[in-house]
Design a protein around this ligand. Structure first.
Ligand SMILES: O=C(O)CCC(=O)C(=O)O
Ligand SMILES: [Fe+2]
Length: 299
């Protein structure tokens, strides 16, 4: 029988208590580093990309088999399924590079991913109170340390909203690397997440933050309701490459009734977009669903 990687009862209890779990290992550092060299090259060819003119490289798992192998890998899917249930869709993947000198990512919370413009990207149709219906596996393609901008999470914050993710705010790329946060630069890739604070005078208690230092090939999972962000990259020359892979159960409607969406000043037409069924089956029929494209790398 092939190996399984479902969360232990202890890991599940930790997740429900804290809003995140991990780190876990997808690939050993040497293997991840080798794969990453190839992935970086593959990313440059946007000929088959679903959003070919986007500098953001969203959803490249839809055209690059190596990335498809990752989002459908049992080491990720089993852990995600342990929380989201047996029927799981990958709905988005997103690159988060942080170069030396780059600001940290503002503390933030999300669930339906309004993302500052327009409306909900995700709408659950069978949500259970207290049970998350979206998860991210954030994978370190290169090492992530406190110095080069690793992610940080605020345990136990997933039960309380500190931000209104449904408020629309303006993309202001000229403000990148400008905002001071406790002596460091912070921002949200051209948005100011502080503008979404429910109480403008509230300040997160940074002392409670958990810093997710990861080796290449490690990942952690979290519900975006759990307040998270990242440190600035204060290193001399170390680039932090993170890949956020996002999942929902099949009962969630993705981009429902939307022909395109806007984000970071770009427009993303959805005519070639599809979710990918990474576990179980889709009995809801809410979304365009495709199976993972062919696997090419070994586990
Ligand atoms: O990588 C980062 O700095 C931010 C990532 C993030 O917020 C996410 O994956 O939801
Ligand atoms: Fe986030």
């Amino acid at each position: 029988m092939s190996e399984t990687y479902y969360l232990s009862d202890q890991d599940k209890a930790f997740f429900y208590e804290n809003g995140y779990a991990g780190p876990f290992t997808l690939y050993e550092p040497d293997k991840m580093t080798e794969l990453w060299e190839q992935i970086r090259l593959d990313l440059l060819d946007t000929g088959q990309a679903v959003f070919p003119n986007s500098r953001l490289n969203y959803d490249r798992h839809l055209d690059l088999p190596m990335l498809n192998d990752i989002i459908s890998h049992p080491r990720i899917v089993h852990r995600i399924s342990s929380i989201l249930g047996p029927d799981v869709l990958s709905w988005r993947t997103e690159w988060f590079p942080k170069y030396p000198g780059d600001e940290g990512t503002d503390w933030h919370q999300a669930e339906s991913f309004v993302e500052f413009e327009g409306t909900e990207k995700l709408e659950p149709t069978a949500a259970i109170e207290g049970h998350p219906w979206e998860l991210t596996a954030w994978i370190a393609m290169s090492e992530a340390t406190r110095e080069n901008g690793c992610m940080r999470v605020m345990p136990k914050t997933h039960r309380t909203w500190f931000f209104d993710e449904k408020r629309n705010i303006v993309f202001e790329p000229e403000n990148i690397n400008q905002k001071d946060y406790n002596g460091n630069k912070s921002g949200f890739y051209g948005y100011d997440y502080d503008k979404l604070k429910l109480d403008p005078n509230w300040k997160p208690d940074d002392e409670q933050a958990v810093h997710m230092e990861l080796k290449p090939g490690q990942f952690f999972i979290f519900t975006s309701r759990c307040m998270h962000g990242s440190n600035p990259n204060t290193s001399e020359s170390s680039v932090r490459f993170g890949w956020a892979t996002r999942f929902v159960p099949t009962h969630v409607k993705v981009y429902d009734g939307q022909a395109s969406f806007r984000h970071y000043g770009e427009v993303f037409p959805l005519d070639r977009y599809s979710t990918v069924l990474v576990a179980g089956e889709d009995t809801y029929g809410h979304n365009k669903v495709q199976p993972p494209i062919s696997a090419t790398t070994s586990a």
